[in-house]
Design a protein around this ligand. Structure first.
Ligand SMILES: [Zn+2]
Length: 270
Protein backbone atom coordinates (compact mmCIF):
# COMPACT_ATOMS: atom_id res chain seq x y z
CA UNK A 1 0.00 0.00 0.00
CA UNK A 2 2.78 2.44 0.87
CA UNK A 3 4.48 1.85 -2.49
CA UNK A 4 1.16 2.24 -4.31
CA UNK A 5 0.34 5.60 -2.74
CA UNK A 6 3.86 6.85 -3.43
CA UNK A 7 3.57 5.74 -7.05
CA UNK A 8 0.21 7.49 -7.52
CA UNK A 9 1.48 10.62 -5.78
CA UNK A 10 4.55 10.73 -8.03
CA UNK A 11 2.42 10.30 -11.15
CA UNK A 12 0.29 13.42 -10.57
CA UNK A 13 1.15 16.42 -12.74
CA UNK A 14 1.51 18.78 -9.78
CA UNK A 15 -0.40 21.60 -11.47
CA UNK A 16 -2.92 21.87 -8.63
CA UNK A 17 -5.89 20.63 -10.67
CA UNK A 18 -5.91 17.21 -8.96
CA UNK A 19 -5.75 16.87 -5.19
CA UNK A 20 -4.82 13.43 -3.90
CA UNK A 21 -6.19 12.10 -0.61
CA UNK A 22 -5.75 8.70 1.02
CA UNK A 23 -8.66 6.55 2.16
CA UNK A 24 -7.14 4.52 5.02
CA UNK A 25 -8.35 1.05 5.95
CA UNK A 26 -8.38 1.84 9.66
CA UNK A 27 -7.01 0.14 12.76
CA UNK A 28 -9.61 -2.65 12.76
CA UNK A 29 -8.09 -3.96 9.52
CA UNK A 30 -4.46 -2.98 9.81
CA UNK A 31 -3.69 -2.44 13.50
CA UNK A 32 -2.41 0.70 15.19
CA UNK A 33 1.22 0.31 14.05
CA UNK A 34 0.26 0.20 10.38
CA UNK A 35 -2.12 3.13 10.83
CA UNK A 36 0.61 5.17 12.52
CA UNK A 37 3.00 4.39 9.65
CA UNK A 38 0.37 5.33 7.04
CA UNK A 39 -0.47 8.60 8.78
CA UNK A 40 3.22 9.46 8.94
CA UNK A 41 3.64 8.76 5.24
CA UNK A 42 0.49 10.77 4.44
CA UNK A 43 1.91 13.73 6.35
CA UNK A 44 5.23 13.43 4.49
CA UNK A 45 3.38 13.45 1.16
CA UNK A 46 1.03 16.25 2.24
CA UNK A 47 -2.07 14.07 1.84
CA UNK A 48 -5.33 14.34 3.70
CA UNK A 49 -6.75 11.05 4.94
CA UNK A 50 -10.13 9.53 5.69
CA UNK A 51 -11.31 6.37 7.39
CA UNK A 52 -14.68 4.82 8.15
CA UNK A 53 -15.30 4.11 11.82
CA UNK A 54 -18.05 3.52 14.35
CA UNK A 55 -19.00 1.53 17.40
CA UNK A 56 -21.74 -0.85 18.52
CA UNK A 57 -21.43 0.73 21.95
CA UNK A 58 -18.72 -1.61 23.25
CA UNK A 59 -15.75 -0.11 21.35
CA UNK A 60 -14.18 3.33 21.71
CA UNK A 61 -12.39 3.70 18.36
CA UNK A 62 -11.77 7.44 18.58
CA UNK A 63 -10.58 7.22 22.20
CA UNK A 64 -8.19 4.43 21.15
CA UNK A 65 -6.72 6.63 18.43
CA UNK A 66 -6.53 9.53 20.86
CA UNK A 67 -4.60 7.42 23.37
CA UNK A 68 -2.16 6.40 20.63
CA UNK A 69 -1.73 10.04 19.53
CA UNK A 70 -3.20 9.31 16.12
CA UNK A 71 -5.95 11.92 15.78
CA UNK A 72 -5.01 14.35 13.03
CA UNK A 73 -6.54 17.57 11.75
CA UNK A 74 -6.13 16.25 8.22
CA UNK A 75 -8.28 13.17 8.82
CA UNK A 76 -11.98 12.90 8.03
CA UNK A 77 -13.85 10.20 9.94
CA UNK A 78 -16.85 8.79 8.10
CA UNK A 79 -19.98 7.69 10.01
CA UNK A 80 -18.94 7.57 13.67
CA UNK A 81 -22.26 6.03 14.71
CA UNK A 82 -22.15 4.70 18.25
CA UNK A 83 -19.21 6.77 19.45
CA UNK A 84 -19.62 8.79 22.63
CA UNK A 85 -20.00 12.54 23.03
CA UNK A 86 -16.57 12.54 24.67
CA UNK A 87 -15.11 11.02 21.50
CA UNK A 88 -16.87 13.64 19.36
CA UNK A 89 -15.20 16.33 21.45
CA UNK A 90 -11.85 14.57 20.92
CA UNK A 91 -12.39 14.91 17.18
CA UNK A 92 -13.28 18.59 17.56
CA UNK A 93 -10.24 19.23 19.76
CA UNK A 94 -7.94 17.49 17.27
CA UNK A 95 -9.38 19.46 14.34
CA UNK A 96 -10.52 16.25 12.64
CA UNK A 97 -13.67 16.33 10.56
CA UNK A 98 -16.71 14.06 10.51
CA UNK A 99 -18.61 13.00 7.41
CA UNK A 100 -22.10 11.63 7.91
CA UNK A 101 -23.73 9.29 5.36
CA UNK A 102 -27.33 9.41 6.58
CA UNK A 103 -28.95 7.15 3.98
CA UNK A 104 -26.48 4.29 4.35
CA UNK A 105 -26.27 4.62 8.14
CA UNK A 106 -30.04 4.30 8.50
CA UNK A 107 -30.41 1.62 5.84
CA UNK A 108 -27.59 -0.47 7.34
CA UNK A 109 -28.83 0.04 10.91
CA UNK A 110 -25.61 1.75 12.04
CA UNK A 111 -27.72 4.03 14.22
CA UNK A 112 -29.05 7.55 13.93
CA UNK A 113 -26.76 9.96 12.07
CA UNK A 114 -24.69 12.04 14.48
CA UNK A 115 -25.57 15.38 12.92
CA UNK A 116 -27.04 17.07 16.01
CA UNK A 117 -24.59 15.55 18.49
CA UNK A 118 -21.66 16.55 16.30
CA UNK A 119 -22.85 20.16 16.24
CA UNK A 120 -23.21 20.11 20.02
CA UNK A 121 -19.63 18.82 20.32
CA UNK A 122 -18.27 21.70 18.26
CA UNK A 123 -17.91 19.90 14.94
CA UNK A 124 -19.28 21.10 11.62
CA UNK A 125 -20.22 17.75 10.05
CA UNK A 126 -20.17 17.17 6.32
CA UNK A 127 -22.42 14.87 4.31
CA UNK A 128 -21.49 11.92 2.15
CA UNK A 129 -23.15 9.13 0.17
CA UNK A 130 -20.78 6.28 1.11
CA UNK A 131 -22.32 3.68 -1.20
CA UNK A 132 -23.58 4.94 -4.57
CA UNK A 133 -24.79 1.50 -5.81
CA UNK A 134 -27.24 1.19 -2.92
CA UNK A 135 -28.40 4.77 -2.26
CA UNK A 136 -27.57 6.71 -5.43
CA UNK A 137 -25.30 9.71 -5.64
CA UNK A 138 -27.73 12.61 -5.40
CA UNK A 139 -26.51 14.96 -2.67
CA UNK A 140 -29.83 16.81 -2.67
CA UNK A 141 -31.47 13.57 -1.52
CA UNK A 142 -28.74 13.10 1.10
CA UNK A 143 -29.34 16.62 2.40
CA UNK A 144 -33.05 15.97 2.78
CA UNK A 145 -32.44 12.72 4.68
CA UNK A 146 -30.03 14.43 7.09
CA UNK A 147 -32.44 17.29 7.58
CA UNK A 148 -35.54 15.15 8.13
CA UNK A 149 -33.86 12.73 10.54
CA UNK A 150 -32.40 15.43 12.77
CA UNK A 151 -35.61 17.43 12.73
CA UNK A 152 -37.39 14.25 13.79
CA UNK A 153 -34.92 13.65 16.62
CA UNK A 154 -34.91 17.11 18.18
CA UNK A 155 -35.84 19.75 15.62
CA UNK A 156 -32.35 21.19 15.94
CA UNK A 157 -31.28 21.76 12.39
CA UNK A 158 -32.03 24.35 9.73
CA UNK A 159 -31.61 24.43 5.98
CA UNK A 160 -28.64 26.79 6.10
CA UNK A 161 -26.73 24.32 8.28
CA UNK A 162 -27.46 21.47 5.87
CA UNK A 163 -26.45 23.51 2.84
CA UNK A 164 -23.19 24.49 4.53
CA UNK A 165 -22.49 20.83 5.40
CA UNK A 166 -22.35 20.08 1.68
CA UNK A 167 -20.55 23.22 0.53
CA UNK A 168 -18.22 25.31 2.69
CA UNK A 169 -17.94 22.77 5.54
CA UNK A 170 -17.23 19.98 3.06
CA UNK A 171 -14.60 22.12 1.35
CA UNK A 172 -12.99 22.86 4.72
CA UNK A 173 -12.86 19.15 5.56
CA UNK A 174 -10.90 18.64 2.33
CA UNK A 175 -8.64 21.64 2.94
CA UNK A 176 -10.12 23.40 -0.08
CA UNK A 177 -12.20 26.13 1.57
CA UNK A 178 -9.68 28.76 0.53
CA UNK A 179 -10.68 28.31 -3.10
CA UNK A 180 -14.03 26.53 -3.29
CA UNK A 181 -17.17 25.71 -1.31
CA UNK A 182 -18.67 29.18 -1.57
CA UNK A 183 -18.84 31.84 -4.24
CA UNK A 184 -17.95 35.21 -2.72
CA UNK A 185 -16.58 37.92 -5.01
CA UNK A 186 -13.02 37.26 -6.22
CA UNK A 187 -12.96 33.59 -5.27
CA UNK A 188 -12.44 31.06 -8.02
CA UNK A 189 -15.42 28.72 -8.29
CA UNK A 190 -14.36 25.13 -8.76
CA UNK A 191 -16.77 22.28 -9.47
CA UNK A 192 -19.52 23.95 -7.50
CA UNK A 193 -23.20 23.68 -8.10
CA UNK A 194 -24.24 26.98 -9.57
CA UNK A 195 -25.94 29.14 -6.95
CA UNK A 196 -27.34 31.99 -8.99
CA UNK A 197 -28.81 35.14 -7.60
CA UNK A 198 -32.34 33.99 -8.36
CA UNK A 199 -32.71 30.27 -7.67
CA UNK A 200 -31.14 27.03 -8.86
CA UNK A 201 -34.72 25.79 -9.15
CA UNK A 202 -35.69 28.42 -11.68
CA UNK A 203 -37.07 25.79 -14.02
CA UNK A 204 -38.99 24.02 -11.33
CA UNK A 205 -42.61 24.81 -10.39
CA UNK A 206 -41.68 24.18 -6.77
CA UNK A 207 -40.07 27.62 -6.59
CA UNK A 208 -43.46 29.27 -6.47
CA UNK A 209 -43.80 29.09 -2.71
CA UNK A 210 -41.89 31.89 -0.93
CA UNK A 211 -38.98 30.72 1.20
CA UNK A 212 -35.29 31.34 1.69
CA UNK A 213 -32.85 30.29 -0.98
CA UNK A 214 -31.28 27.83 1.45
CA UNK A 215 -34.67 26.24 2.08
CA UNK A 216 -35.39 25.93 -1.63
CA UNK A 217 -32.06 24.24 -2.32
CA UNK A 218 -32.25 21.77 0.57
CA UNK A 219 -35.91 20.83 0.50
CA UNK A 220 -37.01 21.07 -3.11
CA UNK A 221 -34.13 20.70 -5.51
CA UNK A 222 -32.81 17.56 -7.14
CA UNK A 223 -29.99 16.47 -9.36
CA UNK A 224 -31.65 18.03 -12.39
CA UNK A 225 -32.32 21.40 -10.82
CA UNK A 226 -28.98 23.06 -11.47
CA UNK A 227 -28.55 25.15 -14.56
CA UNK A 228 -24.78 25.11 -14.70
CA UNK A 229 -21.62 23.99 -12.98
CA UNK A 230 -18.98 26.59 -12.27
CA UNK A 231 -15.39 25.62 -12.57
CA UNK A 232 -12.03 27.13 -13.21
CA UNK A 233 -10.40 26.09 -16.43
CA UNK A 234 -6.77 26.49 -17.35
CA UNK A 235 -5.45 27.04 -20.80
CA UNK A 236 -3.09 24.28 -21.86
CA UNK A 237 -2.92 23.32 -25.54
CA UNK A 238 -5.95 24.78 -27.30
CA UNK A 239 -7.78 22.29 -29.47
CA UNK A 240 -10.57 23.03 -31.92
CA UNK A 241 -13.97 21.96 -30.60
CA UNK A 242 -16.97 20.72 -32.56
CA UNK A 243 -18.99 23.31 -34.49
CA UNK A 244 -21.22 25.46 -32.34
CA UNK A 245 -19.53 24.46 -29.13
CA UNK A 246 -16.83 26.18 -27.13
CA UNK A 247 -13.91 24.02 -26.11
CA UNK A 248 -13.35 24.31 -22.37
CA UNK A 249 -9.59 24.61 -22.83
CA UNK A 250 -9.58 27.35 -25.42
CA UNK A 251 -8.93 30.98 -24.75
CA UNK A 252 -12.60 31.97 -24.65
CA UNK A 253 -13.29 29.58 -21.81
CA UNK A 254 -10.05 29.86 -19.91
CA UNK A 255 -11.13 32.42 -17.38
CA UNK A 256 -11.96 31.63 -13.77
CA UNK A 257 -15.59 32.38 -13.07
CA UNK A 258 -17.04 31.13 -16.32
CA UNK A 259 -19.95 28.71 -16.34
CA UNK A 260 -19.89 25.25 -17.88
CA UNK A 261 -23.40 24.62 -19.14
CA UNK A 262 -24.96 21.15 -19.46
CA UNK A 263 -24.07 20.97 -23.16
CA UNK A 264 -20.43 21.67 -22.42
CA UNK A 265 -20.32 25.26 -23.62
CA UNK A 266 -18.50 27.78 -21.49
CA UNK A 267 -20.39 30.98 -20.87
CA UNK A 268 -19.23 34.11 -19.13
CA UNK A 269 -20.84 34.24 -15.72
CA UNK A 270 -20.36 37.98 -15.57
ZN1 LIG B 1 -18.68 3.59 5.16
Amino acid sequence: MDDAICRVHASLPGDGLITLAWGLRGPEDTGMDALARELKLAAELGLRTSLHSGSDGTQRPIADLHEHGLLREHTTFVHGNGISDEELRMLADAGSSLSISPDVELKMDFGNPLTGRALSAGLRPTLSVDDVPSVGGDMFSTMRTAFAVQRGLNGGLNSRDVLEFTTIDAAASCGLDGRTGSIPPARTPTSSCCAPTTSPCSRSPTRLAPSSRQTRVVRRCGGGSGDAVLRAVRRTNPRPGPPGRVNTSDAAGARPGNCLTPNGAVVDSG
